[in-house]
Design a binder for this molecule. Sequence first.
Ligand SMILES: [Zn+2]
Length: 376
Amino acid sequence: MASGISFTLNGTDGKARVGVISTPRGEIRTPAFMPVGTAATVKAMMPESVAATGADILLGNTYHLMLRPTAERIDRLGGLHRFMNWEKPILTDSGGFQVMSLAGLRKLTEEGVTFSSHVDGSRHFVSPERSMEIQKLLGSDIVMAFDECPALPATEETVAQSMRMSMRWAQRSRDAFGDRPGHALFGIQQGGVTESLRGESADALRAIEFDGYAIGGLAVGEGQEAMFGVLDYAPDMLPTDKPRYLMGVGKPDDIVGAVKRGVDMMDCVLPSRSGRTGQAWTHRGQVNIKNARHADDPRPLDENCTCPACSKYSRAYLHHVFRSQEMISGMLLTWHNLHYYQELMAGMRAAIAAGRFAAFEADFHAKRAQGDIDPL
Ligand SMILES: [Zn+2]
């Protein structure tokens, strides 16, 4: 591991792991959930508020930031941490996934990807070398290798060819990253839902040697059963003494299932995005605050939650401000959702450390099975 960053595994319970990633910008307790700060902000949240929910690290999107305001401008302004007022660690994705999902007029070659910006149509080129340069300009603490994620459904041959190119790009990313004390580079396993391809990819990454290993190409519409099917073997293919990061996951039950299978880090827009559309995640499942049943309900969203939305406001108020399209609606529900996600992670960390993860998981599912509290 690069000097200045280390991973300590403090305990296991079955395949579930509890540990700490130490960085010059602070410790990341694992299993960790990373809120997504797409455009240098976790939407509707002040950075201080994100930290108050218990987040140790944020994810920034290379694709969005390179287009607007550009990595060069962020570098001139002192780097992404200073620019967005977040002093804790930041992980940046490589841009590859969003180039493939958001950009127009893509041309993919062995060298890299040329594409049109979804913002203004301007032409851009990203390669493993350019992705490493952008993430360095941003000042990211954990840098992701540049990879390609084939659109699904795809044939096994297409997935194999794409994975092998991503492994060549992983080597180019490693070479371009160089030696940067205090900064980590993670490789990304690909191979779709084919065990032999996942194994080939893991072997290629281990030969290159990374500071951490991501499991890519999942949470792209394959469904939970197929995802868990891959997670039954994919984490085991990666080194035990390095963090394992499942990209783009997920719903609370996806997260619990991934941690059970040996995943240490995850990120997802879901808690913040759903907070802006009136969806709340609680111990008893999903609550749709726009539903008329909440209009006269003086009770909190979740009586056991200590977040501002639950400790200071009623369901009736949250319903009203959502219906009135007031900004505080997205602010309060996003805060609650991020708080709930971080509390879930803290609960799992404590359960793994105490050797009672199975009981935690059973209780998690039992509470959700009850559904939301009965209407008044
Ligand atoms: Zn709450």
